[in-house]
Design a protein around this ligand. Structure first.
Ligand code: PLP
Length: 391
């Protein structure tokens, strides 16, 4: 069958392949330790669930404004100002079906066919595929592991092309957990404005930072607003991945373009989820701190245990809930050629699921999510240690 070329330009997320392989083993009754999932293992906070239930009981179950209800947009921009010192009004905000949809809409609204989109490596797998879907060219810029996988303005300046339209920055980063230095982030934003390029900042993990570091948004540079686009999500911050609420903050022209697109595609994000999101943003915030404290414990545990495995190196993740160890010491041993082989063998031999770095643009690493219990982390890391020792 002949399919549209735009759909053949993209592939099913490589992170899914591992999940499927792990699922197959589970179905056979095998005890798989799964370091794959990119979502919190906590339930949605109770006050948020109750707000969703109330929305149903009060029949808030019809179409809403396409770009989201006013109260939610107000809550988003006010919280963004409180947390980060940004300055947006509700005409500069649109609510979407999650952060992924927010990104998809931004690309659709501002990127033309043939434009270049700069994506630092390692990157979240979806960025490149959305760029390809809109027939743009993803330009992958390798950051250095020795620099903790952080993009610098200097590296970006060397990588820009005459056709660059957008630079995508994701800090804290999925998969590496790398967090950009605040000042450097500002330099990157200034460079983008000088070159008349959009800086698309994916803030999905903005509230998951460690060692007492305060959340930061590049949108605090209010003077650079014309060239900054924020893609936000409440999925991870409030353990609400299934509710599907994200947002874009940008100048009104971009927001208008996205609303136009949504008016012909998804229409409004789910009314019930919007009410729940409103409660998440305006209600008690304790749950965020509780989750963060637990992730902080796990992060230390995982780092210590990974670094105790002979040959394994791991850059310190400053945020998010992933570790991105370098496992290249295993290459050439036990027939392992690359990170895909490593991940397949680890799953097959000791039933531990990790995501090969290939999915994120590097070959020497695997991504391990620590959004899972301490007991599972302990079991999985023990197995991984033994696996490496036996190679
Ligand atoms: C970097 C990054 N951005 C955006 C998203 C999108 O999340 P959601 O669509 O659930 O809001 C994810 C999810 O894994 C992510 O890792």
């Amino acid at each position: 069958m002949k399919m549209a070329t735009r759909i053949s330009r993209i592939s099913v997320s490589k992170t899914m392949a591992v999940m499927e392989a792990a699922l197959k083993l589970r179905e056979q009754g095998i005890d798989v330790v799964d370091f794959g999932p990119g979502e919190p293992d906590f339930p949605t906070p109770d006050n948020v669930k109750q707000a969703g239930i109330r929305a149903i009981q009060e029949n808030f179950t019809k179409y809403t404004a396409i770009g989201g209800i006013k109260e939610l947009k107000k809550a988003i921009v006010e919280k963004h100002t409180r947390d980060f010192g940004s300055k947006y009004d509700i005409g500069e905000c649109v609510v979407n079906f999650g952060g992924k949809h927010a990104l998809f809409n931004v690309f659709s609204a501002v990127v033309d066919e043939g434009d270049d989109v700069i994506i630092p490596t390692p990157y979240w797998v979806t960025f490149g595929d959305i760029a390809r879907f809109v027939n743009a060219n993803p330009i992958f810029v390798a950051t250095k592991e020795s620099d903790g996988f952080r993009l610098t303005a200097e590296l970006l300046a060397r990588s820009l092309t005459p056709k660059t339209r957008v630079v995508v920055v994701n800090s804290p980063n999925n998969p590496s957990g790398a967090v950009l230095d605040n000042e450097e982030f500002g330099h990157i934003a200034k460079l983008c404005r000088e070159r008349d390029i959009f800086l698309l900042s994916d803030e999905c993990y903005s509230h998951f930072l460690y060692d007492g570091r305060k959340p930061f948004s590049v949108a605090s540079h209010t003077d650079l607003k014309s060239h900054i686009i924020i893609a936000g999500s409440i999925s991870k911050t409030y353990a609400m991945t299934g509710w599907r609420i994200g947002y874009v903050l940008a100048v009104p022209e971009i927001i208008g373009g996205i609303v136009k697109l949504q008016s012909h595609s998804t229409s409004n994000p789910t009314s019930i989820s919007q009410k729940a999101a409103l409660e998440a943003l305006t209600g008690p915030q304790e749950s965020v701190g509780i989750m963060l404290a637990e992730y902080a414990k796990r992060r230390k545990f995982v780092l210590d245990r990974l670094r105790a495995i002979p040959g394994v190196k791991c850059a310190e993740p400053g945020g998010a809930f992933y570790a991105y160890p370098n496992i290249s010491a295993a290459f050439g041993r036990g027939g392992i050629k690359d990170c895909v082989d490593f991940s397949a063998r680890l799953l097959e031999k000791v039933h531990v699921a990790v995501t090969p770095g290939e999915a994120f643009g590097t070959n020497d690493h695997v991504r391990m999510s620590y959004a899972t219990s301490m007991a599972e982390l302990d079991k999985g890391l023990k197995r991984m240690h033994e696996f490496m020792a036996r190679l």
